[in-house]
Design a binder for this molecule. Sequence first.
Ligand code: ADP
Length: 404
Amino acid sequence: MKVLVLNCGSSSLKYQLFAMPEEAVLIKGTVEKIGSEEGTHSYKSDGKEGSVTAPILDHREALRQVLATLTAGEVGVLSSAEEIAAVGHRVVHGGEAFSSSILVTDDVKRAIADTIELAPLHNPANLLGIEAMEDVLPSVPQVAVFDTAFHQTMPQEHYLYPVPYVLYQRHKVRRYGFHGTSHRYCASRVPGLVGRDLSALKVISCHIGNGASLAAIERGRSIDTSMGMTPLEGVMMGTRSGDIDPSLHEFVMAKEGLSFDELTSMLNKHSGLFGVSGLSGDMRKVVEARAKGSMRASLAFAMYEYRIRKYIGAYAAAMNGVDVILFTAGVGENSPLLRGLICDNLTYLGVELDPAANDHGQGERLISTPASKVKVCVIPTNEELMIARDTNVLVTGMLAKEES
Ligand code: ADP
C-alpha cells in the first residue's frame, strides 16, 4: 500500500511517500511559500533531486503539483495518483477528543476545528491540508495523527494546573503536551536496544530540537511531559523561554511598554538560546560561539543543559526511578557535548556514559556502558514513519471490514 504522509503548515507542506508495510520511503519533499507567485517545490527520490519555482496560490495547487511530480516521467515513483491508497496527516492538537490516531470523517474534522482556539497557528493549516486532499483525491481514506494523543494517558493530577478548577471545566485549561508522535516512536525503539519490553521500563524521552520536550513514559504510557497547554511550557528551547514566573508578564509589559501580543511573541520567538546568547536560536551557532569564548553563548548553553537535567531529575522522581534515558531530534541526536554534560551530572541515578559511543557512534545506539544501571540511548526520531504506520493499520482495518 502506498501511503502519503503530509505535514501542512500555513504556507508550507512537507510530504513523504511510503511503500507499506515495507516502510520504504519512495520520495520526500517540501513545498514552501504557498500563497505566493514564487512557490517552491523541492524533492528527493532515490538519489534524484529536483526543485521547481512556480506560482502556488493555495494548498490545493501545492498538492496538485506534488501529485504531478510523483507521477512525472523523470521521478516516476507512481504510474498514477490512484496508486495512493491512503493519506496520513500530522495534526498538532487533538485536545481531549483524541487519544489515538483516527480515520478522518466529518465528525473528526469538526473536532479538529473545535480545538483551533488551543492551537491557532497549527490546526487551521492541518485542517486545510485534509480538505485540500479531499478535493484533490476525493475517494482516498485519510488518517489524522495527533501530536497530543500520546500524552492523553497522563493522570489528572499531572495534567491540571493548580488554578481554579472551573477553568478546566469551562475552557479545558490544562496541560496537553506535544511531540507525542516522536516520543511514541522513540519509545517503540527502546526494547530493541535494551532487550526489555516497554511494559517493564521507566523511560525518560528527551526530544531536543528547535522545540524541545521531555516525556516520562512508564510501562509504555506517557505519564508526564514538559510542554503544557501550549508548546511554550517546559525546558528552555531555541527561541522559546520554557518555564518562567507568570508574574514576569505584568512587570515586563510595564517596564518595556509592551502589549500582551508583543510579550507573547518575545517569549516564543526571542527567548531561549536566542534571547540569552543574543546570537541565535540555532544550537550549532551557540556551540561555535561558546567555543570561541562568548560568555553569553556559554551562559545560554549552561542554562539549556541545566533546565533539561532538572526535568530528568523531576521525571525520575515522578516515576520513582528510571531505567532508560533517550535523546532524539536535532540537538538530542547530534550534540555529544550536551548529552555528555547532562549525563555526567546524573551519576547519582546510576548513569554511566560510554564516551566513545557518545562522541563517535552513529545513528540509533546505546551510549551508556554495559555496567550502567540506567541505559542511555540516541534514537533518531521518525515521526513520518509513525504516521505511515498508523495510517496503514487503520486503513487496512477499514478495508478488511468493508470486505467482510
Ligand atoms: P525542529 O524542532 O524544527 O524539527 P530539529 O529537530 O531539526 O528541529 O533540530 C534543530 C536543532 O538541532 C537546531 O538548533 C540545530 O542547531 C540543532 N543541531 C543540528 N545538528 C547539530 C549538531 N551537530 N550539534 C548541535 N546541534 C545541532
